[in-house]
Design a protein around this ligand. Structure first.
Ligand code: OSB
Ligand code: MG
Length: 374
């Protein structure tokens, strides 16, 4: 393929309700949207980073700078060397010398992969190896001011049809919240996510979660504390799932071998893209480690790709692939809808969805065009 250029946009879309985690509260999703233009098609990607580097070290403005200053020049060089043979599998090798910045790399690779697949007339789902045409969905519920508000959120999510509930927890909002939800809703599929808010000294406290038969405890400790997660996994009966710690297939292999987790949350952006995400999936499948697809409050662009990924055979647990309306009154694409707790996998070429020009324009706060062909 021949890339003629890449457009980057910073988009700001209001969330339908504030999303509070142990690391902060988001009310507006600020997202870098990438459009890759080739001679035959154009493709889209979005960056999982938000306005501030609170989930990981990346943030939206930094992502835009990484693309402009480092990634796009490297892509230009790769394309000059490869000519028409240049394709999406060359993106990650071309960017590999630059440390980290995986969410940003993923946005660019996804846009280029989308352009390629649209030109080839192939869907993301079939390119990745999907085996189902809809995926079971869960919902991730933020911390609220009161337990009553949380119970209302859980009730509304169950009414909407979500098949499992994930509660965000932090010190002071953990055992009590879980107990209240269990007492009120009984035997639902329930899990919790701490976003690294605890320390090894909290093992006794976290063991208190064992009484509530949770499906999993996600990322209780800091991302780089694999040994701590392994020690915790030996000390409690609730299965440990890792999110922030799993930055690559190599990191997943280490976590599994150390016994740091028995379940993996695969977020394609966090591992640098959908091609690496598929490698994490394959590795976990080989070790009989169940995986599920995480979320980063994606617009329809990222959601389309996540839903395609979640249709791979090893994704045996409901993911954080909720319907558009759980996040946005107006999504950038046609909204994804929940039907019987599931979302349909797009079947069109590439992502199978395209941003609605007028909506994209309305929410765009900055844009830049970067020509790539000489
Ligand atoms: O840890 O899974 C997380 C959102 C932003 C950053 C990190 C996380 C999340 C979520 C929301 O839990 C998942 C979703 O997109 O619904
Ligand atoms: Mg998480």
């Amino acid at each position: 393929m021949r890339l003629t250029g890449v457009e980057t946009r910073v988009v700001e879309i209001p969330l339908v309700s504030p999303f509070r985690t142990s690391f902060g509260t988001e009310t507006v999703r600020q997202v870098l949207v990438v459009r890759a233009v080739t001679e035959d098609a154009e493709g889209w990607g979005e960056c999982g980073a938000s306005e501030s580097p609170l989930y990981s070290s990346e943030y939206t403005t930094g992502a835009a700078v990484m693309l402009e200053r480092f990634f796009l020049p490297a892509i230009r060089t790769a394309q000059q060397a490869l000519g028409d043979d240049f394709a999406s599998q060359h993106v990650s090798p071309a960017l590999d010398a630059f440390k980290g910045h995986r969410l940003s790399k993923s946005a660019l690779e996804t846009a280029i992969l989308d352009a390629q697949l649209r030109a080839q007339g192939v869907s993301f789902a079939s390119a990745l190896g999907a085996v189902r045409d809809s995926v079971p969905c869960g919902v991730s519920l933020g911390i609220t001011d009161t337990i009553d508000q949380l119970l209302d959120d859980v009730a509304a999510s169950l009414d909407a049809g979500y098949l499992r509930i994930k509660l965000k927890i932090e010190p002071g909002w953990d055992i009590g919240a879980v107990r209240a939800v269990r007492e009120r809703f009984g035997d639902i599929d329930l899990q919790v996510d701490a976003n690294a808010a605890y320390r090894r000294s909290d093992i006794r406290l976290l063991a208190g979660l064992d009484a509530f038969d949770l499906t999993l405890l996600e990322q209780p400790l800091p991302a780089d504390d694999l040994l701590g997660h392994a020690a915790l996994a030996r000390a409690i009966s609730t299965p440990i799932c890792l999110d922030e710690s799993i930055t690559s297939a190599r990191a997943a292999a280490a976590a599994i071998e150390l016994g740091a987790c028995s379940i993996v949350n695969i977020k394609p952006g966090r591992v640098g893209g959908y091609l690496e995400a598929r490698r994490v999936h394959d590795l976990c499948a080989a070790h009989e480690i169940p995986v599920w697809c995480g979320g980063m409050l994606e617009t329809g662009i990222g959601r389309a790709a996540n839903v395609a990924l979640a249709a791979l055979p090893g994704f045996t647990m409901p993911g954080d692939t909720s319907a558009s309306e759980r996040y946005y009154a107006t999504d950038l694409t046609e909204p994804f809808r929940l039907v019987n707790g599931r979302i349909s996998v797009p079947q069109g070429h590439g992502l199978g969805v395209t941003p609605i020009a007028e909506v994209l324009e309305r929410f765009t706060v900055r844009r830049a065009w970067h020509p790539l062909s000489a």
